[in-house]
Design a protein around this ligand. Structure first.
Ligand code: SD4
Length: 326
């Protein structure tokens, strides 16, 4: 079985861009009935984010407003230590935020290395809607936010400061993903018309170098969608996701005909191949969620421990354990 799987993996690794589709031997996702509207989000804090996004959608708000409202719940929650207010800081003790948003027409906006603003996703949305650009970073992003009326506030909570001081005792960079079962929030939404929307927001890898930007604000890495095909988003070690243009690749694999689970697995396999003998292998975790135009969805991660929340008329709002490689 392993040999066969390895053989098939090798075959598939060379097929992105090929015209014929080679099937791979991943199990089909039993939860992937085609239906919409549907919302899927990373980790268990995706449940409350989904609930808010669903409420907005049912109240008649459009998809972009729904995903923004949804992930703002995680951004504002100090118990979510990996997003927005209360997020773990970098190694200088500063909370820096990355976020992006994308709509059915491939409009997108993003902010990176943003400080002191509780809702980076809302700033990203304004970058999309009110500037000729896709991405603003650092002080420029902050100045833009202030010009739009956002208040500056301290995002480092007492708890996160305490953890940072403790971390400094040894100062070892080993980002821990899967702890407390929540990290970056990525949300994908397919609305009543079958149109796609997505959002992604994070305080990034804890104890990162000051100035480090992860995958989450990078369209194509942390989030990507093509309204003709599907949408995908990532969580986990951003450097690994950026190296493979992870979310864009998942969408491209779906374009070739792979179901969401296969598409996610193929990219996780590729990441695994690249990093297997690297220095970050012992702490490497990556996870993807994906949804296609029919509303079929999946989550898949490299290592055990990734879960994701699904909200629709059938499931209501449930937390599912993602399949994983190792
Ligand atoms: C980053 N991808 O900054 C984010 C962190 C994350 O689950 O998703 N953790 O690399």
């Amino acid at each position: 079985m392993n040999k066969r799987r390895n053989f098939i993996k090798k075959s598939i690794l060379g097929t992105v861009g090929a015209s014929s589709l080679i099937k791979c031997d991943v199990p089909t996702n039993s939860n992937a009935q085609a239906t919409y509207p549907r919302i899927i989000s990373t980790w268990n804090h995706g449940l409350s984010a989904n609930k808010e996004a669903w409420k907005n959608l049912m109240d008649g708000k459009n998809g972009i407003s729904a995903v923004e409202a949804g992930v703002k719940i995680s951004e504002a929650d100090p118990k979510v230590r990996s997003v927005g207010y209360g997020g773990f800081p970098d190694r200088e003790g500063i909370v820096t935020l990355d976020a992006c948003i994308m709509d059915k027409n491939s409009n997108c906006g993003s902010v990176s290395f943003l400080q002191n603003i509780k809702h980076p996703i809302s700033v990203a949305r304004l970058v999309m809607e009110q500037t000729p650009h896709v991405m603003l970073s650092g002080k420029g992003a902050l100045d833009f936010a202030i010009s739009k009326g956002f208040e500056q506030e301290e995002l480092l909570t007492k708890e996160s400061k305490k953890d940072w001081i403790k971390w400094k005792e040894e100062s070892k960079y080993k980002p821990v993903i899967n702890i407390e079962n929540h990290d970056t929030i990525s949300m994908l939404l397919i609305d009543n018309n079958g149109d796609l929307f997505g959002a992604c927001t994070t305080s990034g890898a804890a104890w990162k170098m000051h100035g480090r930007v992860g995958d989450s604000p990078i369209i194509g890495a942390g989030l990507f969608l093509d309204n003709e095909v599907g949408a995908a988003a990532a969580t986990g070690l951003g450097e690994a996701v950026i190296r493979t243009s992870g979310s864009a690749m998942v969408v491209e694999l779906m374009r070739q005909g792979h179901p969401p689970l296969e598409a996610c697995k193929l990219i996780v396999d590729r990441i695994s191949k690249i990093h297997r003998s690297g220095p970050d292998w012992d702490y490497l975790q990556v996870g993807f969620i994906a949804i296609n135009k029919k509303g079929e969805y999946a989550g898949y991660s490299l290592k055990k421990g990734f879960d994701y929340a699904v909200c629709d008329n059938e499931n209501q709002n449930s937390l599912l354990k993602a399949d994983y490689s190792i």
